[in-house]
Write a protein that binds this ligand. Sequence first.
Ligand SMILES: Cc1ncc(COP(=O)(O)O)c(C=O)c1O
Length: 386
Amino acid sequence: MEIYAQGTSVIERYAAHLDTAPELIRRASLQESGRIVQLPPHHEVPLDVLDLSTANTTGTFKSWLACVTVARCLGEDQALILGQSSGNTANAMAAYTAHAGIHAVFLHPPASRRRIVPRLARAGTVRFIEIDASEQHIKATMAACARTSGIPVAPTQRDQDEANKMRAYFLRDAARELGRQWDWHVQAISSAFGPFGFYKGVQEIRRTDRAAMRVPRFLGIQQEAVTPFVQALTGRKGDPDADMVEPTLFRRALTDELVQRMRRLCAASRGTVRHLTNTRYRRLEPHAITMLQEAGVTVARDSDGQPRERAGLYSLAGTLDAIEQELIRPGERVLAVYTGGSAPPPPGTYRPHWRARPDEAPDTISRALAEVWRGTDGRRGAEGRR
Ligand SMILES: Cc1ncc(COP(=O)(O)O)c(C=O)c1O
């Protein structure tokens, strides 16, 4: 049952808390939204879901990120940007850059191909390159190409912080209207940009109004095949040979800064990070799907009947697991974040504009940038950096 929603763009509503001018946010916006859905309690633990999937343009929480990023790019007169993604950020950035008339080149690994929305890839403003390499290699290649070409990388870590900070303002107002606070905040993590930004927002709010928002305990969930945060913080390992169940949650190599941030976040919120074994996830998945569907949250399926996107399901399955293992105790109220999973399979077939082996990637990226650059009107900001 839906218990809270906002009728206008969340990002426009809280634009005063961003660095970017509200007018630019308005130009970039595609009606970013969110809602809260209440589920039946599980073992006497009251459960709410923050649904950041259903009403957002590309079906994931990355719509908020794309709005904030594109607004900043408009303000800095950036006509062309370069980025990499496991799919969802690329979709959101493709939609928002096309809307704002900014050009973009996005890199993704082969496992993300089924995630890209064909219609978005057909926008004349974007080029996708599939690179047959690890996510770490793709990130390094992108950074090197950005240095040599002078084309800026987006989103930046600061964009991530700013966009996800909005979640705290949204939840502050939800808490006020609903008269409830949450003891736990649960999200399936890859780089953990969502929770980092959210807790930054919580701190910002509490600096001026301590009572407005409790600091919920953070619970980060990783899949068994990709557990770098769990390993760094707890020393526990998943099975690196386990099947990758959700390609979106793909980040294996962390920077020291991300590890330190997660340590601080867990210490400050009395939180933790855990992984779900594939066996345990598969056992909990049907229950998580039923709970969501009965509460009115769509779990989209592919033609083979499998969920299209499991990141949101991992949050809820990880919550159920933590309740059953008594980390989350009866009476503690949980907010599990459904970061994606509602968008139906899009029509058509996506084919990358280019495919490249690792050794070919720098050259392919240069060609893609040159091709898409011809489509820009050579605005000053980007031209100056060439
Ligand atoms: C749908 C979805 N959920 C969760 C994540 C994890 O995001 P992060 O760990 O950066 O907060 C991502 C992206 O990586 C995503 O696309």
